[in-house]
Design a protein around this ligand. Structure first.
Ligand SMILES: *Cc1c(COP(=O)(O)O)cnc(C)c1O
Length: 374
C-alpha cells in the first residue's frame, strides 16, 4: 500500500526551516540567557505587530494565556463567563482555573462557532464576560458579540489558539476585542517546539498585569505585589517562533488552497456536511472539519486506506467527567453534541502534497458511494 497520508507532517515543517531553526537554537544557547530577556521581548514585539495590537505578552501555553487574561481582568469566584458549548475543553478550564463558572452557549450549526443570537438569553447578574473561540481557525461572529457586550456591560475576550493569521472583515484576529489568548502548541498553525502561548491586547494595564502574573506576580525580582504563577514564554521557543512567524501567511495560503480544493471536490458527496465560510471571514484553516452521520465508519474507512484523520472532539466539555459537577446530561446542548458526534477532521497541513489531497478526496468519495441510497 502507498505511504500513510499523515494528518500533520511536523517533520516536513522542520525540514523546510531547519537551517534557520538550528541557527535560532544556537543563538539562544550561546547567549547564556535562558529565562525571558531579549529573545522573548523581540518575539512579543513582532507578534504584537502581526496581531495589529499594541502589546503581546509571552506565557507558558494557551491555557495559561486565557486563564491569566481572566485573572488580570479581575474575574474570579462568583463570576460567570459565557463560553461556547462547542469548543476544546481548554476554553472552559481557563474559566474554572480563574475560579469563575463557564456558562455554555450553543453554536450556530452552520459555522460551529458561538451563536451571538443565543448569548443574551444566557446573561445573568453574575455574568462578567464572554470568551469567544475561533474554532477550527474560523473567526467567530465578533461584530455581533462586540455589540452585545458593549450594550450589556460585559468584557469580551477571544481564544485564538486555532486562528493564527485568520481575518475578520479584513482585520487580523488578535485585536478584535479586549484581549486575545494564543497557544503555540506544536500542532497549531504557528507552532513552537514545546509548550508556548501569548496574550495580545491594546490595553497597557492588562498587559502589565499579565507580565507580573506570569512571573510570580513580580515586576521587580523578589518583590511580589500579587500571588502570580510561573508561566513564562521560553526564550528557545520565542526564537523558534520568530523564525516561523514570517512564514505564517504563506503556510496558511497553502492550507487555504487545500481547503478550496476539498470544498470544490467534495460538494457532491451526499450526506456530507462541509465547512461553511461566510464571505466576510478569512479562516486560518487550522482544521478542515467535515460532518457525516456515519462518522465512525468513515473514520475507519479512511484509516483502512492509509489516511489519518482526527476527531475534534469526541466528547463535548459539558459531558466530560471533569464537569460532572454541572449535572448536565446528553441532550443539554444538542447542537454541540451533534457536531461532536459527526465531526471528522481531514488532513490539511501546509506540507500535504496535491497527490495526497487527491487520495483523501477519492477515499471520502468511495465511502459515500458505497453507502446504501436513502
Ligand atoms: C490548543 C487549544 C488551547 C490550549 O492551548 P495549550 O497551549 O495546549 O494550552 C485552547 N483553546 C483551544 C481552542 C485550543 O485549540
Amino acid at each position: 500500500m502507498a505511504d500513510e497520508v499523515l494528518f500533520l507532517d511536523l517533520k516536513a515543517a522542520y525540514a523546510e526551516l531547519q537551517p534557520e531553526l538550528d541557527a535560532a537554537y544556537q543563538r539562544v544557547m550561546d547567549s547564556g540567557w535562558y529565562i525571558l530577556g531579549e529573545e522573548v521581548e523581540a518575539f512579543e514585539a513582532e507578534f504584537a505587530a502581526a496581531c495589529g495590537a499594541k502589546y503581546a505578552v509571552g506565557v507558558g501555553n494557551g491555557l495559561e494565556a486565557l486563564h491569566l487574561i481572566l485573572r488580570a481582568a479581575g474575574i474570579g469566584a462568583g463570576d460567570g463567563v459565557i463560553v461556547p458549548a462547542n469548543t476544546y475543553i481548554a476554553t472552559w478550564l481557563a474559566v474554572s482555573q480563574a475560579g469563575a463558572t463557564p456558562v455554555p452557549v450553543e453554536p450556530d450549526p452552520r459555522t460551529c462557532n458561538l451563536d451571538p443570537n443565543r448569548v443574551e438569553a444566557a446573561i445573568t447578574p453574575r455574568t462578567r464576560a464572554v470568551l469567544a473561540v475561533h474554532l477550527y481557525g474560523q473567526p467567530a461572529e465578533m461584530e455581533a458579540l462586540v455589540e452585545i457586550c458593549a450594550r450589556r456591560g460585559l468584557l469580551l475576550f477571544d481564544d485564538a489558539a486555532q486562528a493564527h493569521g485568520a481575518f475578520y472583515r479584513g482585520k487580523p484576529v488578535g485585536n478584535l476585542c479586549h484581549a486575545t489568548g494564543w497557544s503555540f502548541y506544536p500542532g497549531k498553525n504557528l507552532g513552537a517546539y514545546g509548550d508556548a502561548g501569548a496574550v495580545s491586547s491594546d490595553d497597557p494595564a492588562l498587559a502589565e498585569k499579565i507580565r507580573r502574573l506570569r512571573n510570580y506576580g513580580s515586576a521587580v525580582k523578589y518583590y511580589n505585589e500579587v500571588k502570580g504563577v510561573n508561566s513564562r514564554l521560553d526564550p528557545l521557543q520565542a526564537a523558534f517562533l520568530r523564525v516561523k512567524l514570517p512564514r505564517l501567511p504563506e503556510w496558511n495560503a497553502r492550507r487555504a488552497r487545500i481547503a478550496q480544493y476539498y470544498l470544490q471536490e467534495l460538494t457532491a458527496a451526499p450526506g456530507l456536511i462541509l465547512p461553511y465560510v461566510p464571505a466576510h471571514l478569512e479562516p486560518a484553516w487550522h482544521l478542515f472539519v467535515i460532518q457525516h452521520p456515519q462518522r465512525d465508519a468513515l473514520h475507519a474507512h479512511l484509516r483502512a486506506l492509509g489516511i489519518q484523520t482526527l476527531i475534534h472532539y469526541p466528547v463535548p466539555p459539558h459531558l466530560q467527567p471533569a464537569y460532572a459537577e454541572m449535572g448536565l446530561r446528553p441532550g443539554a446542548y444538542p447542537l454541540s453534541e451533534q457536531i461532536h458526534a459527526q465531526a471528522l477532521s481531514l488532513p490539511i497541513g501546509p506540507h500535504l502534497s496535491l497527490a495526497d489531497v487527491k487520495r483523501v478526496i477519492a477515499a471520502v468519495r468511495s465511502f459515500v458511494r458505497a453507502l446504501p441510497a436513502g
